[in-house]
Design a protein. Structure first.
Length: 214
């Protein structure tokens, strides 16, 4: 069977194909920049339409070219809500020659996903599964924690000095290299691992053991 994995995002969607006879991967990189002056977190209908139209055409052409038997799309997560965090600030108050140190506590807002990110991600994911159904190809949502567990990606260590997104993509590239399918793009590597996950779920053999034994 030919399994296609899609790691969907507005700026660069990674895709990966796995079958016993063919392995391939790549990206669909959005060529359009947001309209000048558009504030981050805001959306523009015409721009959204251009991106969606381009994405539909290119993904549909990819489906025709690759002819997958099953498509796995990474399941979108709800946007991260903002939260309030208290931090301590050192403050020094001078009274003549006597210096007294105080710790002030202030609240800052952290986290949160901009609305345009959620808007585009959910929109493109919907287009992805719509095109799969249109082409009569079985399609499933694949939770990130599911394919990362199956393929051995794991979780970032507490000692990691990079963002979790960067760590996950670097780890995906590392695993693809170990399997003999190196990828320059972390997005393509994640798409390929989603395809590996689908294969592993539908095969009695452990692909990683099988590959390393070759």
């Amino acid at each position: 069977m030919r399994f296609l994995g899609l790691d969907v995002s507005k700026s660069c969607t990674g895709w990966g194909l796995y079958s016993p006879d063919e392995v391939d991967a790549g990206t669909l990189r959005c060529p359009f920049k947001p309209p000048f002056g558009l504030v981050r977190g805001k959306i523009d209908a015409a721009y959204s339409g251009r991106v969606g139209h381009w994405y539909s055409q290119n993904l549909d052409a990819l489906l025709v070219k690759l002819k997958p038997d099953v498509i796995g799309v990474e399941q979108p997560l709800p946007g991260n809500p903002t939260r309030t965090k208290k931090i301590k600030e050192d403050d020094q108050n001078s009274l003549g020659d006597n210096r007294m140190e105080f710790q002030k506590v202030k609240e800052i807002t952290v986290g949160g996903t901009s609305f345009d990110v959620v808007h585009f991600l959910n929109g493109l994911v919907m287009l992805s599964v719509k095109l799969a159904v249109q082409r009569n190809v079985p399609v499933v949502y694949v939770p990130s924690q599911s394919w990362r567990s199956t393929t051995g990606v794991g979780k970032p260590p507490k000692s990691s000095k990079t963002t979790s997104t960067t760590w996950y993509k670097n780890r995906a590239k590392e695993l693809c290299s170990e399997l003999g399918y190196p990828q320059k793009s972390g997005d393509a590597a994640e798409g390929l691992l989603i395809a590996f996950h689908l294969h592993l779920e539908n095969s009695p053999q452990d692909l990683f053991t099988q590959k390393k034994a070759v």
